[in-house]
Structure formats: C-alpha cells, structure tokens
Design a protein around this ligand. Sequence first.
Ligand code: F6P
Length: 370
Amino acid sequence: MTHHHIKRIAICTGGGDAPGLNAVIRSVVIAAANRGWECYGIRDGFNGILFPERYVEGGVFRLTRSQVRDIGHLGGTMLGSTNKGNPLHFPTRMPDGSVGEIDRSNEILEYFARKELDALVSVGGDGSLTIANALHHKGLRVVGVPKTIDNDLDKTMTTFGFDTAVAFATECLDRLHSTAESHQRVMVVEVMGRYAGWIALHAGIAGNAHAILMPEIAYDMDKLVAHINRRDADGQVYSVVVVAEGASQRDGHLDVLEPAEVGHAERLGGVGERVARVLQERTGKDTRVVVLGHLLRGGSPTAFDRLASMRFGAAAVRALDEGLSGVMVALAFPNVNYIALEEVAGRMKAVPLDSDTLQTARDLGICVGD
Ligand code: F6P
C-alpha cells in the first residue's frame, strides 16, 4: 500500500559515472511502478531542470518499465551525469566579468512543486549527497543512493562501482605481471580513487603487487627504492607497483593535473609518471608506467555491484514509501539500512590505518611506502 500520497518521483545521477548506475535506475523505476507511482528521469545531474532549453526531447522525461528493460548490466548512466553543475554553488559570470557562484537550488524546488513531483532519488557520491541533504533541509523529500568507484563514502560498508573498479584493476595487474617478469622491469600502475586508497589497496593485494602507495600513508621514496633493490638482490628482478592518484610524498608533494576552480574540483594525476621516473633513475631498472584512469569507471558492473545497485534502488523506494526523507540507503552487511544524509554529507572515508586489509599487505611483505 502506498503511504504519504506519493504519486510521482524523480531520479537523477550526479558526479562521475560508475558501473551500476543503470541497475539502480532500473530498480527504482520498477519498484516505483509496482507501487503505482510514476517515475521521471532528470538529465545530466540537475541540468535537465536548470537548462531545459538544451534538451530537445525534454530535460526531464517519463521513465517507463520498457525504457529500463535490459539496462542493468550496462555501464554509464542512461540519464547522463555531470560533476560541474552543483546547484548550490552554480558557476556564473558575474557583472564584473569574474566567475562566481550562485545558489540555484530554489529553481529545483519550484520545478518539483510545479510538476507535482513528490520526491527525489539522488544517486551520487559525496557532492551529490551533500546537495541532496541541502534540498532535504529546504523541504524536498529526498533519498540518496551511495555511488562511487572510490569507495570513499562514510557510513556504508561499500558503494556500488567499487567492486567493478577493483576487479578490472586486478585483471590489469595480472596482465602486467607478464611483461614485468619477461623483461625484468618495474611496472608502475596508477589507479583512481581521489583522496582514498581503497582501489589501490584492494586491487594491489588481489593483483599481487609488490608495493602499494596510497593517500593514507605518505610515501618515503627511499623505502620504495630500497624495497625494489632488495627484491632484485633476492633474485626477484621485477616489480609491480600500484600508486593511487592521490598518494602524496612524505614532503607533502601531491601530483595535480588541474587545480580546483569555481564549479569543479581539483584533478589529480601524474604521480605514476613521477614515481616511475625516480625509480628508473635510482634503481637503474627499466621502468614503465600505465595509468588506468577512466577504464576503471566503465564496463559492465560485477554481479556484486549489480546486486548492490538493485538492492539500493529498491531500498530507496521503500524508504520513500515508509515516509522517510533526508536519508541515504547504506550497506550494513548482511542488510541495507538508512543513514541520515547529515551524517554522510561532507565526510570522507579513508582506509583506516588499523584495517586488517592494510595489515594483510604488510604481513605479505608488500611495501606500503613507509
Ligand atoms: O570520483 C571518481 C573519479 O573517477 C576519481 O577517482 C577521479 O579522481 C575523478 O573521478 C576523475 O574525474 P573526471 O572524470 O572529472 O576527470
């Protein structure tokens, strides 16, 4: 039975895409339809509402069962996404010519009221969930779904997208072992993850890396060089080194491709290249670098991510049906539960230094840069 008079809901996907977004959309649309609710998709984060003129076929459109048929296994998001359109801090050209920020969130609330949309399912990472929290405080009924390949969201055991990223990075490491071994080289592999080392640590251990550098442990280049040299002296004349894009050196140096600007965050990258250059110079070993980058964001979600996505989508609809708002669905093994967005917004989950996974790396003799 439908409570709280919900008839119509909307869904949007924000931030970087991640495998599993389409499975969430499918799950939300079907669970809503089975309650007799209509579901609408907003294109490109909130751009479908903020820039209706950009969309010939409509910035917001009805999502029916037939539109979400057979999309659960596809990467990307059928709604499109953006990490530039934060409606709370919208980049705008100011009268003096500079670029400033304005708050456009009222336009979203007005749109929901005008179109008689009763609630929003917002699928995204920290940025999108912070926006969702603000909209909730302004009176919109909102439920969040935790997405990111980085796994850096607090209060959920995992986000969807992470398992797929780790699985692919692991396969890449397996493949790179052959060249490392055949050519007695050092292969440096840079992985995404922003300011958290989850992808690097999990894929590094699963993919039998010999060293893993991650943001949580400022690395000491001398220790890494010594580790590679020691392996060489022991007759293990090749090494595979995983470097998280957000790993920083002991002196605080962080490799940034583009600084933060109004409307978008800092872009990380380049640490793999730099570490490889120093390793080649200091160990004398032939060294190559591979940047996995956006390969980690694409492809078909693993069964784990698909299931998590479907569970999250269905749970988001149940939460709305139960009259909840301002919550995020979270994985609290073996079940999903609801966490106040307040407790998630603006927080980041780094790898705890006492985690058994990190301890496993140490126990296996993997150099973690300290
Ligand atoms: O948050 C996901 C992520 O892929 C990070 O791992 C990475 O730092 C960032 O997004 C890259 O963003 P963009 O696609 O804008 O370059």
